[in-house]
Write a protein that binds this ligand. Structure first.
Ligand SMILES: C[S@@+](CC[C@H](N)C(=O)[O-])C[C@H]1O[C@@H](n2cnc3c(N)ncnc32)[C@H](O)[C@@H]1O
Length: 232
């Protein structure tokens, strides 16, 4: 994460916008490393905001971080961002190209986009594909994904492909945190549902898309329009 942020943030006073920011951890890390940077994170959930905001206060960063609980599709700001992040949230916009369009609206002229999205590492069988593509978002293999981004007017200047170990860690944390909460709170009305969600997700990952679905983070700049030849 630090490695990507280091490449993505160019000035100490850059303004960052994270669309679908989760609890805001990426922004907190970015502000820690970049003295005068400011950041806004937008997420429909707000889960974990309190923790990250109290961490920001403890570290003396509170006046540079704003976390907003809002639908990214509705978020508007007069202030353009030097860096827009959207990691694992393309489904909130309806897909990759819609995410690129939204990011473009929020970026300064020479701003950068840090975009994280899934791709098919290997061709899945029909059942796995149907399960993972049951919403508006469809995935492609990595070369096709990058080609779609390039065709939309962006140039990748860096990229990072998650390893299987990183994917496994993410999935164990996701399912394990939910399961642990359910077991710790058996009297809570949502306990059974949480345990069932954890079990279902784990089975769908281990028995389905593990090894098929990949995740890539691309650092993108807008490709300048081709220079005019002057020939009319
Ligand atoms: C896979 S998580 C990624 C979170 C974070 N970017 C990260 O890398 O840890 C996707 C996030 O998108 C958020 N999200 C989904 N739909 C959204 C929407 N319409 N507006 C804002 N956030 C949304 C979810 O609440 C969730 O926090």
């Amino acid at each position: 994460m630090e490695h990507l942020l280091h490449r993505a943030i160019r000035g100490q006073d850059d303004h960052l916008l994270d669309l679908g920011c989760g609890d805001g951890t990426w922004l907190l890390r970015a502000l820690q490393a970049h003295g005068g940077a400011t950041a806004v994170g937008v997420d429909i959930s707000g889960e974990g905001f309190d923790h990250v905001l109290s961490e920001a206060a403890r570290l003396g960063l509170a006046d540079r971080l704003e976390l907003r609980r809002q639908d990214v599709a509705e978020y508007r700001s007069a202030r353009k961002a030097d860096l827009v992040l959207s990691v694992g949230a393309a489904y909130a916009f309806g897909g990759l190209l819609q995410t690129l369009n939204a990011a473009r609206e929020h970026l300064t002229e020479d701003g950068l986009l840090l975009l994280g999205d899934c791709f098919w590492e290997r061709e899945p069988d029909a059942a796995v594909r149907a399960e993972l593509e049951d919403g508006p978002q469809k995935y492609a293999d990595l070369p096709t994904t990058v080609a779609q981004v390039v065709a939309d007017g962006w140039t990748p200047i860096y990229g990072y492909i998650s390893t299987t170990a990183e994917w496994d860690e993410y999935q164990w944390c996701w399912t394990g945190t939910l399961a642990r909460w359910a077991l710790d709170n058996p009297e809570h009305p949502d306990s059974d549902l949480a345990l069932q969600m954890s079990t279902t997700h784990r089975a769908s990952w281990l028995g389905g898309y593990r090894g098929f679905l990949g995740f890539v983070v691309l650092l993108l700049r807008r490709t300048p329009p081709p220079a005019s030849t002057g020939v009319s």
